[in-house]
Design a protein around this ligand. Structure first.
Ligand code: SAH
Length: 368
């Protein structure tokens, strides 16, 4: 007998295939997706519109299991961070950011990250493995439980209104699982978020940006941080493989033909590194005529970093140069800093895999 399946791993087509494989009608897939994702159930015996024999069968061949919550921290500003663990000992973090008009969940896609951007604490932990679909969508399922969404009888208004794939990891290096999980986020049988409310953030895995356009049309946030290769090679080592010019060309292809603005460029503000007026003008030239927003992110510190955050004055001056050049620019408000939940501060726990955990990084750089 095959090992039981975690049904959180299944998007709509896989769930349909699963039930067809059991000789069941397809609509069983819709029923079970709704029970799991809309109602938050994990016990088949509570899924009252399934026949008793089917529930019994599901109990033996399947289960619904999200990551375990180790701790929950709540910041002074209401931001919440969950430290989640998996049976193999690895841990990740997920963050919920409440605002007046929305609630954003920041979801992780990998245990650690292979990219090792010089200003990001996640990269310093090394990389262990990709998260499964269940481990990705399970973060949204868990947050909905923790925030009381499933206790609210009519499920409206939603508490998590937006999802950003901006937690630990590089989502485009875990392409298939991330796309399936995002499809569940947007599926009316599951979370029903509109694609305007789902954003994937990438350090710039160029071929995967083109694949993403084929697979889904979520918002794309690109971690640019520098407008020239010399500086970007230093900050985002992936740039040695996919230089600025190729990245910008891929962004143009992604934006082409979309009916709404889908692109944001992220730019972390590092004092005396990338924050001068000359850097701002260089960025403005690079993005000239681009249908994109710019998001300036004040650097968040972590132990052992050599970087410092640019002063507010410097950030404002940088922003004004971009605004004058016609770029829609906002400075991201730093949230959850007191509980290390801000951008680039998520560390989780990466179980070492001997030399292997560096393999991915080496492969990325080897074929330059
Ligand atoms: N790997 C993806 C998603 C994770 S990072 C990416 O690179 O986009 C989410 C955002 O936080 C990225 O823009 C990242 O560059 C930024 N970031 C990382 N470390 C940071 C730090 N210490 N301070 C501020 N922003 C940081």
């Amino acid at each position: 007998m095959s090992t039981p399946a975690n049904l959180l791993d299944l998007d709509r087509p896989s769930m349909e295939a699963f039930f067809e494989g059991l000789g069941q009608k397809r609509f069983r897939a819709s029923q079970v997706l709704k029970w799991i994702h809309q109602m938050g159930l994990h016990e088949f015996d509570q899924m009252t519109n399934l026949s008793k024999p089917l529930r019994g069968q599901l109990n033996t061949i399947a289960y619904v299991k999200a990551p375990d919550v180790v701790t929950e921290q709540i910041s002074n500003d209401g931001t919440r961070k969950w430290f989640l663990s998996f049976p193999d000992g690895n841990c990740i973090e997920t963050v919920f950011i409440p605002e007046d008009d929305r609630g954003t969940l920041c979801v992780s896609s990998q245990v650690g990250c292979p990219l090792d951007c010089s200003f990001c604490s996640t990269g310093k932990q090394g990389f262990n493995r990709n998260l499964s679909v269940a481990e990705i969508i399970g973060q949204l399922w868990l947050a909905n439980h923790a925030l009381g969404h499933y206790r609210n009888a009519n499920k409206e208004p939603r508490i998590v209104t937006n999802v950003v794939m901006m937690g630990m990891g590089e989502p485009l290096l875990n392409f298939d699982n991330v796309v399936k999980a995002m499809n569940l986020m947007m599926d009316d049988l599951a979370y029903g978020l509109s694609k305007r409310r789902v954003t994937l953030s990438t350090a710039g895995v160029v071929p995967a940006i083109d694949r993403l356009k084929e697979a889904s049309s979520v918002n794309l946030a690109v971690s640019l941080h520098a407008a020239n290769d010399r500086l970007r090679n230093e900050l985002v080592p992936l740039n040695r493989k996919y230089p600025v010019r190729d990245l910008i060309a891929a962004c143009k292809r992604y934006a082409e033909g979309q009916t709404r603005d889908v692109l944001t460029f992220e730019y972390v503000m590092l004092a005396d590194i990338n924050d001068s007026p000359a850097h701002a003008r260089e960025l403005a030239r690079l993005l000239n005529g681009f249908p994109a927003k710019v998001n300036l992110i004040p650097f968040n510190k972590f132990p052992q970093t050599i970087y410092r955050r640019s002063s507010q004055e410097t950030i404002d001056r940088f922003r004004d140069i971009l605004l004058d050049a016609g770029l829609r620019t906002i400075t991201r408000k730093t949230r959850g800093e007191d509980i290390d939940a801000a951008c680039g501060q998520l560390v989780g726990r990466v179980v070492p895999r001997g030399k292997n955990h560096l393999l991915h990084r080496v492969t990325l750089e080897a074929d330059e």
